[in-house]
Design a protein around this ligand. Structure first.
Ligand SMILES: C[S@@+](CC[C@H](N)C(=O)[O-])C[C@H]1O[C@@H](n2cnc3c(N)ncnc32)[C@H](O)[C@@H]1O
Length: 378
């Protein structure tokens, strides 16, 4: 027997280890059974902390730093808490209303302070690029957008759609660099759209230049009359449940020679991942797509280039957000989160420490960000 077939047999018959999609039905079911146990343990740890168990950050961090590298490397199937995480589901964008309530329409005073709000760099809720020498969060976000401008080859005069534009940070920064670029920003978050509406009235903002159009709406329903030269989407596709249909829809918004730049949290494991904690408290129905499988969903697009960005960049970003969150907590604790502020604080601290640690583990080589440059598939 060759070592390859021994390896394949091992994957096929032995539960938990390696690639879950390679398992025979029995090993698959056994793996899913173990996942239930892992889910229960994870939720017990998270909810003990959320409900007031006093644990120093250093203990939480060392727990995550010890367990997660082993799980990421050898038992990635344990990170798929629900069946739906493993593949595509019906909706383009999943659970949008619940997601807005739990996450994006939270009091902006809290979110803006946590992720930072500067003159040109508006709150940007996605990874900063630190590896090119950024000295602070603002500069890391500038470097990240500069990186996108270069890879997408943005030209002055381009008409660009930003799908899931957040607070309008990417459009504002790019409009500041290119006097003839036009942007359309799509976002379902009413609160974030209100932020941009104010900026559209502010003469100091590039969103007021007449070159920015805001659409408050859901990717599931939105349609555009015009076709765009380029589309960008940063940090949004963890909320997309069906890549095939999302790509089909975005391809229909793009000119024949247009380009789509997708930037997402991703994992270099055989399966997609998520967590019971984030599903319940932070990003309902969110999942992190497996880096290698994203291009396999290309029917209407083809991927012409792709990049893996090391997770330590996101670890540093999360550390900066955690510090901002802690520093501003006294100012923002009474903004109204729909739950006891102390509990809210613990949920968010757990989230920031948990995800930040995951990005750092295995030297950032497994859980990082992926960028995919796509064109029409014809
Ligand atoms: C993680 S944030 C990233 C925002 C922005 N791209 C950035 O880098 O700062 C995800 C954004 O996607 C938006 N979003 C999520 N689901 C959406 C949907 N179904 N339709 C439109 N926007 C959506 C959220 O409101 C939020 O602004």
């Amino acid at each position: 027997m060759t070592s390859l077939s021994t390896g394949q047999d091992f994957q096929r018959y032995v539960p938990i280890v390696g690639d879950i999609s390679a398992k025979n039905p029995l090993a698959y079911r056994a793996t899913r059974g173990v996942v239930e146990v892992v889910n229960a343990v994870q939720m017990a740890v998270a909810e003990s902390y959320i409900n007031g168990l006093e644990v120093p950050d250093s203990v939480l961090r060392s727990l995550f730093n010890t367990c997660m590298p082993v799980i990421f490397k050898h038992f990635p199937s344990l990170l798929a808490p629900y069946e739906w995480v493993l593949g595509e589901t019906d909706h383009l964008a999943e659970g949008s209303k619940e997601l807005m309530k739990i996450q994006y329409d939270l009091p902006q005073g809290m979110l803006n302070r946590m992720i930072g709000d500067w003159k040109v760099i508006y709150p940007k809720y996605s990874m900063g690029l630190w590896e090119k020498g950024a000295v602070d969060l603002e500069q890391s976000q500038m470097h990240m957008i500069d990186d996108m401008i270069e890879k997408l080859e943005i030209q002055d005069g381009d008409n660009i759609l930003d799908f899931g534009c957040g607070w309008g940070c990417v459009p504002n920064y790019i409009l500041s660099k290119f006097p003839n670029v036009r942007f359309t920003g799509l976002n379902l978050s009413h609160e974030q759209c209100e932020y941009m509406r104010q900026k559209m009235q502010d003469p100091e903002s590039y969103l007021s230049s007449g070159r920015f159009t805001l659409v408050e709406g859901d990717l599931n329903e939105v349609q555009f009359e015009e076709k765009f030269d380029k589309i960008v989407s940063v940090g949004v596709f963890c909320h997309v449940g069906n890549l095939t249909n999302a790509f089909k829809k975005l391809a229909s918004f793009l000119k024949p020679e247009g380009k789509f730049f997708l930037h997402i949290i991703t994992v270099r494991t055989p399966n997609n991942i998520s967590s019971v904690f984030t599903h319940k408290y932070i990003f309902p129905h969110g999942r992190y797509w497996s880096f290698d499988t994203v291009p396999t969903f290309n029917k209407d697009f083809k991927t012409i280039d792709r990049w893996y960005l090391n997770g330590t960049n996101y670890h540093q970003t999360f550390e900066a957000w955690l510090k901002n969150f802690d520093d501003s907590y006294d100012e923002v604790k009474n903004l109204g989160y729909g739950i006891d502020p102390a509990k809210f604080r613990r949920i968010w601290r757990f989230y920031l420490i948990w995800l930040g640690s995951n990005f750092a583990c295995c030297d950032g080589e497994i859980n990082g960000n992926g960028q995919f440059l796509m064109v029409h598939n014809n």
